[in-house]
Design a protein around this ligand. Structure first.
Ligand code: GLN
Length: 313
């Protein structure tokens, strides 16, 4: 209801697009070979409000891999199945202050899993999803994402193959979790399902709608369906604030003040609770693995529209 006028949002988004389109900083992720080949000039911005207004600019139809942003929605599904208390007990929610794929974090942290948004905690979260076999678990996860997006999403087969052929680090993390009794299904099966969830394709508009579902207390603004439990949303947003941008979540909270989640595919989605979500896609990443342009655009738009959650005005 407090969403600023559409013309204002349109002009701010256009300003941000023009200001940052030629930003040359950052580099595509290359530890997943497929991602290194994605056109690094791709740049799209989408906003979806809680009353389902949609605003898009740039390459918003390009389907990129959701990567770590998937962790948000698997967490939502785990909470749906187990409730927040058991989920918290099994995964925890402490920032690690380390890279998303850190091995020392698993060894050193008292919970070992850290939180649901670092790879170790995310693989453990995926392992919580129930099902008679891997296929049933995977179908359940993808169907849940579909409901959150309000449309059918598909796995990008080439991304999955590329990551599955190179994900020795994640397999190692899963074995370490097993050593500490912090994984709740077969470790390699869980890594495989996790790799699939990371390979789901979304475009900026779909990602913004998934974010808008969180902004709208779990109700997809397009379908009107309550797809994430209302009472689970604050836990998810709190976790996004603490760990959504990995080891730069602190500086993100300091500067921008919005829960957000990034993925190494180049997407970031940020949530303005009660108002809407902004998703930006641009592949080149900074050292922490967060899209440079996406951070710049969201920071700019959030400041101009006064979206900082911690701002008194
Ligand atoms: N699939 C990626 C990985 O496990 C996700 C990481 C990310 O987006 N930060 O390494």
């Amino acid at each position: 209801p407090v969403a600023p006028r559409r013309e204002l949002v349109e002009s701010v988004v256009k300003e941000a697009y023009d200001k940052f389109r030629n930003e040359a900083k950052g580099k595509n992720a290359d530890y997943i070979p497929y991602l290194a080949q994605v056109d690094s000039k791709l740049f799209g911005i989408a906003i979806v409000t809680t009353d389902n207004q949609v605003l898009t600019l740039g390459d918003v139809n390009y389907s990129f891999s959701i990567q770590s942003i998937s962790k948000v929605f698997t967490l939502a599904l785990a909470m749906e199945e187990l409730g927040p208390d058991k989920t918290f007990e099994r995964i925890g929610s402490e920032p690690t202050g380390r890279a998303f794929n850190s091995v020392p974090a698993v060894v050193d942290m008292p919970t070992h899993t850290g939180n649901p948004f670092v790879n170790a905690g995310a693989i453990a979260t995926t392992s919580l999803i129930s099902g008679k076999d891997a296929n049933e678990k995977w179908d359940k996860i993808l169907n849940f994402y579909n409901k959150v997006a309000g449309e059918k999403l598909t796995l990008i087969e080439e991304v999955y193959k590329s990551e599955a052929a190179t994900n020795t680090g994640n397999k190692a993390l899963s074995m370490l979790l097993a050593k500490y009794d912090r994984i709740y299904a077969d470790p390699f099966e869980s890594v495989d399902i996790y790799t699939k969830q990371c390979s789901v394709g979304v475009n900026a508009s779909q990602l913004a709608r998934m974010g808008a579902t969180l902004a709208n207390n779990g109700v997809n603004p397009a379908s009107g369906e309550q797809v994430i439990k209302r009472e689970d949303v604050p836990y998810i947003l709190a976790t996004m604030t603490m760990a959504g941008l990995y080891d730069s979540s602190g500086s993100w909270a300091w500067h921008v003040g919005l829960p957000a989640k990034s993925g190494v595919g180049g997407g970031i989605v940020a949530i303005a609770p009660g108002k809407g979500a902004i998703a930006v896609f641009a592949p080149p990443l900074d050292e922490a693995g967060n899209s440079v342009k996406a951070q710049e655009v969201i920071d700019y738009v959030a400041q101009k529209l006064n979206y900082n959650l911690y701002s008194p005005s």
